[in-house]
Design a protein around this ligand. Structure first.
Ligand code: SF4
Length: 176
């Protein structure tokens, strides 16, 4: 298992394999664009919690989210009971629940259905893949259950009210 091993310590073959990955090869389905937008919109609303409605145009501009897509996302978040809204000139959106009561785990579960990387490791959206071997004998599933549990441990312990220091961008010249 290579968990916890820094990239530069990986065996040569694995390093060479990873360095052949094209940009854009990473499967975005793990955290879709929609989920990432939803997180940013919720963070914006959390920053303005208790200060009245926030207009869609403001969230769209500050968070760089296309307005049409944001409308869909906010109405979904409203349907899930995380956001409330009011129409009209002084209307807008606000969090229906205090940021301290919303974890990143809950938010991501609501948006993508599960924290698991594969459906068979999900409790709520459990599904087998097409040509499943026996679940009880599948090492992939066992590994993915571990990943899910550790992911939940992190994401369920961080709340929308928690301060998160942004990480510096990767230095392109030192990648791979
Ligand atoms: S083959 Fe393994 S990973 Fe695929 S659904 Fe079955 S248990 Fe899950």
């Amino acid at each position: 298992m290579v968990a916890g091993v820094a990239f530069w310590k990986l065996p040569g073959n694995l390093r060479r394999g990873l360095s052949r990955l094209c940009k854009g090869c990473i499967d975005p389905a793990v955290l879709s664009q929609k989920t990432r937008y939803a997180i940013r919109a919720m963070q914006h609303l959390a920053d303005h919690y208790g200060k009245g409605p926030v207009q869609l145009a403001e969230i769209s501009q500050v968070q760089n989210i296309p307005a049409k897509f944001l409308t869909v996302i906010l109405s979904e978040l409203t349907r899930f009971g995380l956001v409330e809204s009011q129409r009209g000139k002084d209307g807008g959106y606000w969090l229906a629940i205090a940021p301290v009561d919303i974890t990143y785990g809950d938010l991501i579960r609501v948006m993508r259905g599960s924290l698991a990387l594969v459906p068979c490791a999900s409790r709520f959206a459990h599904e087998k893949c097409k040509n499943c071997v026996e679940e009880g004998e599948c090492r992939t599933r066992a590994l993915m259950l571990e990943v899910r549990d550790r992911t939940a441990e992190i994401l369920d312990s961080i709340r929308l009210s928690d301060a998160i220091d942004p990480a510096p961008p990767f230095d392109e010249s030192t990648q791979l």
